[in-house]
Design a protein around this ligand. Structure first.
Ligand SMILES: N[C@@H](CCC(=O)N[C@@H](CS)C(=O)NCC(=O)O)C(=O)O
Length: 206
């Protein structure tokens, strides 16, 4: 059975859980990372030298990097559904997945870590505000992308929505001031209406 290592309050682990659940694969998940440890053991480092989560082992094939894992699982098990067959639609999905990791997440980390994982007396208010306003502006780009379409890569739910759902769930539930982006709000409501999302994206933001 496919094995997954990673804690459920990691957006990168949640992407993989969403993909596995949408596909309907059997898997065994082990908590790892932060207070759970595991990711610093020699055994784990032998699989993932970064010592980060998530990592999967699919019948001896070990893979890390959450977007690579989501792409792999969707290509193998859900081509034409979660993994777009059309190269241009797939490239569009890939682009927004990469944007999530390289742009959106990088902008959001200081406000998320500051507000959610740092005690009030140790917070850097300026760094939090810079992160908040830049993240809010970046979400505006996603809002523009979603104009006139239901999902990120077009008319149907795909791996791009899987990769964006956990970070947007986090952002939209963080205690920060946000612009009201109507297309993002509609997309998020559609995503959360899916039985799998409402089952997976339920934990408090920690
Ligand atoms: N680019 C990597 C980033 C992985 C990453 O930064 N994972 C974080 C959790 S989101 C981690 O392992 N942090 C250390 C820990 O949990 O102990 C991916 O997308 O998989």
């Amino acid at each position: 059975m496919l094995k997954l290592w990673g804690r459920l309050n990691s957006i990168n682990v949640l992407k993989v859980v969403l993909a596995l659940e949408e596909i309907g694969l059997d898997y065994e998940r082990t908590d790892a990372g932060l207070s759970y440890g595991v990711n610093n053991t020699p055994e784990y480092r032998a699989m993932n030298p970064n010592g980060l989560v998530p990592t999967i082992d699919d019948d001896g094939f070990v893979l890390w990097e959450s977007n690579a894992i989501v792409r792999y699982l969707c290509a193998v098990h859900a081509a034409g559904r979660l993994w777009p067959e059309d190269p241009r639609v797939r490239a569009d999905a890939d682009r927004w997945m990469d944007w999530q990791t390289t742009t959106l997440n990088s902008l959001m980390v200081p406000s998320f870590a500051g507000l959610v994982r740092t005690p009030p007396e140790k917070r850097n208010a300026e760094a939090i505000e810079t992160s908040r306003s830049k993240t809010d502006a970046a979400v505006g780009l996603l809002d523009a992308k979603l104009e006139g379409q239901d999902y990120i890569a077009g008319g149907s739910y795909s791996m791009a929505d899987i990769a964006l759902a956990p970070i947007m769930h986090r952002w939209l539930n963080m205690p920060v001031e946000r612009s009201r982006y109507e297309n993002v709000a509609r997309w998020y409501a559609n995503v959360m209406a899916r039985p799998v999302s409402s089952k997976v994206l339920t934990l408090p933001i920690t």
